[in-house]
Design a protein. Structure first.
Length: 115
């Protein structure tokens, strides 16, 4: 059972990044998927969530209009397209799978936005 994030890095203010998360070892299409982030000294916060079949995708207020979550169940992957990035978006971004009482976390990928 594993989630592996990729696509993080250093980007300038106003730039874009696309994060990817590859799932393995479980029935990906049965799980709701989310992206969380955690900045230094802050609690982990929800960024965006998408239903198991992709019918419902929502972003936190801080991400609305800039971030889009999507998934490809055929490839066992979930994505986070991030546009108009700001320095306050700097954080480690985590992929999460959830179904009933089960939660699976990835190891995280660092996103740094320079001003």
């Amino acid at each position: 059972v594993q989630l592996v994030e990729s696509g993080g890095g250093l980007v300038q203010y106003g730039g874009s990044l696309r994060l990817s998360c590859t799932a393995s070892g479980f029935t990906f299409s049965s799980y709701a998927m989310s992206w969380y982030r955690q900045a230094p000294g802050k609690e982990r916060e929800l960024v965006a969530v998408i239903g198991s079949v992709g019918g419902s995708a929502n972003a936190a207020d801080s991400a609305k209009g800039r971030f889009t979550i999507s998934r490809d169940n055929a490839k066992n992957m979930v994505y986070l397209q991030m546009n108009s990035l700001k320095p306050e978006d700097t954080a480690v971004y985590y992929c999460n799978a959830r179904r009933e009482g089960v939660r699976i976390w990835g190891q995280g990928t660092q996103v740094t936005v320079s001003s």
